[in-house]
Design a protein around this ligand. Structure first.
Ligand code: ATR
Length: 294
């Protein structure tokens, strides 16, 4: 079935900067077409400066009766104060990646953490309960991933970030929420990461490093144990420098595409109330990335 724009078509989309690389439009539009829904997904570049741009963009969701919106870098945390309501999970995470327009009431949700956990289990069989995890990054995506990892009962977590203060804030905030886990902020430094790697079960990159056009994460994986899984939420390219290093070392890897598809599927279900056509979404995302459907 082909997407048809009519007088009844409703709009959803994504607010972020950059958004040009996003495969969410291809993924969601393929799902809307497959189910014959009168919806279209549009990317909107919403810049961080000057102040007020995000607020105006969020007001437009209501003014234009859009069905909802995805929120991405760099707005996942800042968008919270622009919304009417934020569900309990997104409030606790401190970041929103999905907005629902419920009859003029804008509600913030977060599907990143659940999408991450589902895809990690599917692709690698790993569940973080009782495990030791090293998280790189302390932004909005890190919050969602870290929250879900802690909620599933990981034993010990290190958070490494370029801006160490942010890692410390995150460690202390989530440390008081999840008292059973030991959470510690460390410097994002090659030697320090190496020192903390010997007993790690899961290393996950939540920063934009490794994305096409950005720099690479300069860490060594040589001290990770053989059982360790290396995970990257970056999906463009599918195999980041980090994942390549892990593969060459013979470690199990988990790429960002499966998380993207899983979080997108949960968002799709929130927006439409319909079961997401996962395979259609995965195929469209892969095609948009220039890959082949495996
Ligand atoms: P998102 O919502 O996608 O997580 P974000 O909140 O802006 O986006 O967070 C981006 C993350 O990538 C942060 O951890 C950021 O580190 P800082 O807190 O120090 O800014 C990290 N990041 C981005 N560019 C980076 C770079 N060149 N080197 C190291 N870390 C980087």
């Amino acid at each position: 079935m082909k997407l048809k724009i009519t007088g009844h078509t409703k709009v959803v989309g994504i607010y972020g900067d950059p958004v040009g690389h996003s495969v969410s439009p291809a993924m969601h539009n393929a799902a809307f077409e497959a189910l014959g829904l009168g919806l279209v997904y549009v990317p909107f570049r919403v810049v961080a400066e000057p102040a007020g741009v995000l607020e105006t963009a969020v007001a437009a969701i209501k003014a234009l009766s859009m069905l909802g919106m995805n929120i991405t870098i760099p707005h996942k945390e800042r968008v919270i104060r622009c919304l009417d309501e934020v569900d309990e999970h997104a409030r606790e995470v401190g970041a929103v990646n999905t907005v629902l327009n419920r009859n003029g009431v804008l509600v913030g949700c977060n599907t990143d953490g659940s999408g991450y956990m589902l895809s990690l289990r599917e692709e690698t069989g790993l569940t973080p309960k009782g495990k030791r995890v090293l998280v790189i990054g302390a932004g909005g995506a890190a919050r969602a991933v870290l929250y879900s990892i802690l909620a599933s009962g990981s034993a010990e977590v290190f958070v490494a970030n370029r801006t160490t203060d942010k890692a410390e804030t995150l460690a202390s905030e989530f440390g008081s929420r999840f008292k059973k886990a030991a959470i510690k902020a460390i410097e994002l430094d090659r030697e320090i990461i190496n020192e903390h790697s010997a007993n790690i079960d899961l290393l996950v990159n939540t920063t934009s490093l490794g994305m096409t056009g950005k720099g690479e994460l300069d860490i060594s994986l040589e001290n990770l144990p053989e059982r360790a899984v290396v995970s990257d939420i970056v999906y463009c390219p599918l195999e980041t420098g980090l994942l390549k290093k892990a593969r060459v070392r013979g470690l199990k890897t988990h790429n960002g595409l499966s998380m993207l598809v899983r979080q997108g599927a949960i968002t799709f279900e929130l927006w439409t109330g319909r079961k997401a056509p996962i395979e259609v979404m995965k195929k469209a995302a892969l095609e948009a990335l220039g890959g082949t459907f495996l």
